[in-house]
Design a protein around this ligand. Structure first.
Ligand code: AGP
Length: 608
């Protein structure tokens, strides 16, 4: 998620904007920049790296002017470089803008603008918007922005300034958060209230399709037809620290709650409804090359390895291609059978996990094609693989991976569609998968509404010294993931197991003290797991079950149930994991654990 700050008012703007950007550093970014409008016109400075690099670039020079916009970029399109950093300007250098989001039709717009003589300096989708506004500019920045945005498809939160209008800032929102900060003789725009709390707590939150025209003395909110929109002023009552987490107590909870949006961002621009297929431009593999692949190896660590297990089930069931899942730490040292017809796919949120990076290098040494399913753009794994799928889930700050996991599953479903429609999936089957994917963000939001129920259940088990998680089929890896979440943030020993395996040993653990979590949505193996629940109840086990809305059999057996909406089997993990993320979170909070930075753990394990 990028950070946006804009200022127009009675004070010098550049230092104020830089300081406000620093309040957004916690979100993770890879470049920063600002544009200032003053007596001398427009001045722009930007740099890859931290804000401190930008300050060195400025070298104490305060760019003069009382109108400015600033940006911290979390790269989605284009590597983190000076040229790709925001703000981006038009050909004349008189219009500058900063953007958070993804412009899906940037390619088409870019070609059209280039054909009309516009010259581009970056590989970003954002720069296209600067030139589009230039195309429409005829004296009013507000009208030019409104006209340009009507041609844009995708998500944006933007702030725009023009050297020709030195007391006016235009902002607009569709899909990415943006707000107006109200001061005395000065006004702000920001992607996040955390940036402004030192200056004002009076804000107006923009909604999708709205624009703000901001001057030192006031602000106007309109739609894209510049029709006025009435908006209430909100008072932000968070303290600075809480504001960094969007008002949530921990980054982990914020990231769990962000999953409707992160899943939406992973899907954005990639679903082909009529063809029942996925558009994955980053694979950089033609249909012919995809058809040459006769085996896939999925390699990862930790939570990403659990996602890989789900990917194995999807690809084998729906694309009919043999798949193996390998711990990266094992793959890199054994003598794996890999050749030029093997596709090795590394799954990694950080893109920096040492074992996974080493596995990629080993695979390449053996002639395999490699892909990465990675969240951090420009990370080592993303740079070393032949192609890949970026998650676009936004920075994941909490050490325990949550939104990256659900986005990894979605990315694997998109890849399965791509492979499957080349091999065995009919267009009708493909369309059914696309329809199910389109419903996911709203269904994720549905599950999150049950957070209070999960918190109550967690209260009953907060002191349990261990737990057993059981699942079958697509939800066996979810059982593993639920156990890992509990282990890593609450330090409670927990084990995930295929439910049918219980009778081969773990059933000896069952008694009235052992919490047993069943991940048991309505799927192809539901009836099988019902019998496993009976086995646990027959031994006085306490059962918590994640079930599909309307479930009756397990609901009557279990001591506690959390319901999820129905979806196709391969996508049930995206929904069934959420109650387990929340369960682990609430238990860890009750146990007084450091949820965002659990002991002994690092967000990215960059050593062996
Ligand atoms: C997950 O909650 C853990 N933080 C850990 O297992 C993590 O998934 C693993 O270290 C892999 O990280 P990566 O996805 O960044 O490669």
């Amino acid at each position: 998620m990028c950070g946006i700050v804009g200022y127009v008012g009675r004070r010098e703007a550049s230092a104020l904007v830089l300081e406000a950007l620093k309040r957004l550093e916690y979100r993770g970014y890879d470049s920063a920049g600002l544009a200032v409008v003053g007596g001398g016109g427009m001045a722009v400075e930007k740099a890859a790296g931290r804000i401190s690099v930008l300050e060195q670039r400025l070298d104490g020079r305060a760019l003069q002017g009382r109108l400015a916009i600033g940006h911290t970029r979390w790269a989605t399109h284009g590597m983190p470089t000076d040229a790709n950093a925001h703000p981006h300007v038009d050909c004349s250098g008189a219009i500058a803008l900063v953007h958070n989001g993804i412009i899906e039709n940037a390619g088409v717009l870019r070609d059209r603008l280039a054909a009309r003589g516009h010259r581009f300096k970056s590989e970003t989708d954002t720069e296209v918007l600067a030139h589009l506004i230039e195309e429409h500019y005829s004296g009013s920045l507000e009208l030019a922005v409104a006209a340009a945005l009507k041609q844009v498809e995708g998500a944006y939160g933007i702030a725009v300034v023009s050297a020709r209008e030195p007391e006016l800032l235009v902002a607009a929102r569709h899909g990415s958060p943006l707000l107006v900060g109200i001061g005395e003789g000065e006004h702000w725009v920001a992607s996040d209230a955390a940036a402004l709390l030192r200056h004002t707590r009076n804000v107006v939150y923009l909604d999708d399709g709205e624009m703000a025209v901001v001057t030192p003395s006031g602000h106007r909110i309109t739609d894209l037809d510049t029709e006025p929109v009435q908006k209430a002023i909100s008072i932000v009552d968070w303290d600075d620290e809480a504001a960094e987490r969007g008002g949530y107590r921990h980054f982990m909870l914020k990231e769990i709650m962000e999953q409707p949006d992160s899943v939406r961002m992973t899907l954005r621009g990639r679903l082909l409804q009529d063809e029942g297929n996925a558009r994955l431009g980053g694979l950089r593999l033609s249909d012919e090359e995809l058809l040459e692949i006769d085996r896939i190896v999925l390699t990862a660590c930790g939570t990403s390895w659990h996602a890989a297990l789900i990917g194995e089930y999807m690809l084998e069931e729906l694309a009919r291609i043999p798949v193996e899942v390998e711990y990266a730490s094992e793959f890199r040292y054994r003598n794996p059978l890999v050749d030029e017809r093997t596709l090795v796919i590394a799954i990694s949120q950080s893109g920096e996990t040492a074992d996974t990076l080493a596995a990629v290098r080993e695979a390449k040494r053996r002639g395999a094609r490699t892909l990465g399913i990675v969240n951090v753009v420009g990370s080592s794994i993303a740079r070393e693989v032949d192609g890949g799928i970026y998650l676009h889930a936004g920075p994941e700050i909490g050490v325990a991976s949550t939104k990256a996991f659900t986005s990894q599953i979605v990315a694997l479903a998109l890849l399965t569609l791509r492979f499957g429609r080349l091999r065995s999936l009919s267009v009708l089957q493909g369309r059914e998968i696309v329809r199910a994917l389109m419903k996911l963000p709203e269904q994720v939001a549905e599950v999150l509404k049950r957070a209070a129920e999960v918190e109550q259940i967690a209260a009953a088990f907060a002191r349990a010294p261990n737990a057993l998680y059981l699942g079958r089929g697509y939800n066996f890896p979810v059982a593993l993931e639920g156990a890992l979440k509990l282990k890593e943030i609450s330090y409670v020993h927990a084990e995930g197991y295929p439910a049918a395996e219980m009778k081969h040993g773990p059933i000896a653990l069952i008694d009235e003290l052992m919490p047993v979590v069943f991940v048991a949505p309505q799927d192809a193996v539901y009836q099988k797991i019902v019998s496993n629940v009976h086995e646990v109840k027959a031994r006085k086990g306490r059962v918590i079950a994640v079930v599909t809305e309307g479930d009756r059999e397990i609901a009557e057996l279990a001591d506690y149930i959390i319901t999820i909406p129905p979806t196709i089997d391969p996508l049930t993990p995206v929904l069934s994991v959420i109650p387990l993320q929340l369960f682990a979170y609430y238990i860890a909070v009750r146990r007084g654990c450091d949820v965002d930075k659990p002991r002994n753990l690092a967000k990215s394990v960059t050593v062996e």
